[in-house]
Design a protein around this ligand. Structure first.
Ligand SMILES: [Zn+2]
Length: 332
């Protein structure tokens, strides 16, 4: 018998440490910095009414004002069926929540199993060590015992993937972040496309694996930058794996744009929407910011590598990309 099946775990908030290494809390400072890149709420709502792009009247109505929003992306994605709480029993709900996000996360990662040799290791590491507690606040989380036992045997490498409900996600500095100790990752629970979830999880898992297994020192700027380079090189591989032909086509256009235009914000917006599903018809606004940062950073890295950039060069390159992302105007 377990008298209190719900065990509350207060995560330790190491605010001082976190502040000292600003930007560490990942997805790349890039995504955090894309804060000014949010869709206007009204535009978002308007588009949500037109998710069925096969409806001719809806297309006509939207096309007059925002033609780029209804363009069908060339690369298809897999929508995520949202988690619906049963509304009856907290404990049952929490177990369902845990099971739902574990299944969804692993399915999202499996899409990319063959994209890079690190992926099977990251997937296995996640299967063995990830737990999916319920957020009780910006930091506190709660886990449920199943039949009096933890759902996974205790492990020194255990880490939390916390899917944050909107009330807490809205206060995060980025829609995804990993704590410097490598034992907690927080992800906004509003992902709508499995491929983007897989890519973003893989990026964060790359950090967790580096911090826990590969001995990355989170307080060394050089090692931290090296971790970002590694995570973004992985993202680039996953994007290409999603659709190699389309990725290479986009890469060529990106090369042309960046060679010929000084501040190609609009051109890059259009490319992103045309090739990978990041319009508001396909993804949520938080996911969209991450996706946009992913595409810019991935293509930029691949173009630099094609010109002979080393990992060391990419650290400086990464910092420039962050500046570029910071300068992007909000999307119309
Ligand atoms: Zn990162």
């Amino acid at each position: 018998m377990v008298s209190n099946p719900i065990v509350k775990i207060e995560a330790i908030q190491e605010k001082g440490r976190i502040d000292r290494i600003k930007g560490m809390v990942t997805l790349a400072a890039g995504a955090a910095i894309l804060g000014g890149y949010a869709l206007h709420e009204n535009a978002q709502k308007k588009d949500a009414a037109h998710t069925d792009t096969t409806s001719a009247p809806a297309i006509t109505a939207v096309a007059t004002s925002t033609p780029e929003k209804i363009r069908e992306p060339k690369v298809k994605g897999t929508p995520i069926v949202p988690f619906v709480p049963n509304g009856k029993d907290d404990r049952e709900n929490m177990i369902s929540f845990n099971n739902y996000w574990e299944k969804t996360s692993l399915e999202a990662l499996e899409i990319f199993r063959d994209a890079d040799p690190i992926m099977p290791r990251l997937i296995e590491f996640t299967k063995q060590n990830a737990v999916y507690p319920v957020a009780q606040g910006p930091v506190a989380t709660m886990r449920v015992l199943k039949d009096g036992e933890w759902d996974k045997p205790p492990s020194p490498h255990e880490f939390e993937i916390v899917f944050m409900p909107e009330q807490y996600a809205a206060k995060m500095r980025s829609s995804v972040q990993t704590e410097p100790d490598g034992h907690t990752m927080r992800v906004a629970a509003t992902f709508q496309m499995k491929e983007w979830l897989g890519i973003i999880l893989a990026h964060e898992l790359s950090h967790i694996y580096a911090l826990q297994i590969q001995g990355e020192n989170p307080f060394s700027e050089s090692e931290w930058l090296g971790g970002e380079v590694k995570a973004h090189k992985l993202e680039a591989k996953l994007l290409r794996h999603w659709n190699p032909q389309m990725y290479d086509e986009m890469l060529q256009k990106m090369a042309h744009i960046t060679r010929t235009i000084a501040n190609p914000h609009n051109e890059i917006d259009q490319l992103e929407e045309e090739y990978y599903p990041i319009t508001s018809n396909y993804v949520g606004p938080r996911e969209k910011r991450l996706a946009a940062a992913s595409i810019v950073t991935s293509t930029s890295f691949d173009l630099a590598r094609a010109q002979g950039a080393t990992d060391e060069n990419l650290k400086g390159h990464y910092q420039k990309i962050v500046q570029f992302l910071k300068s992007r105007p909000p999307r119309k």
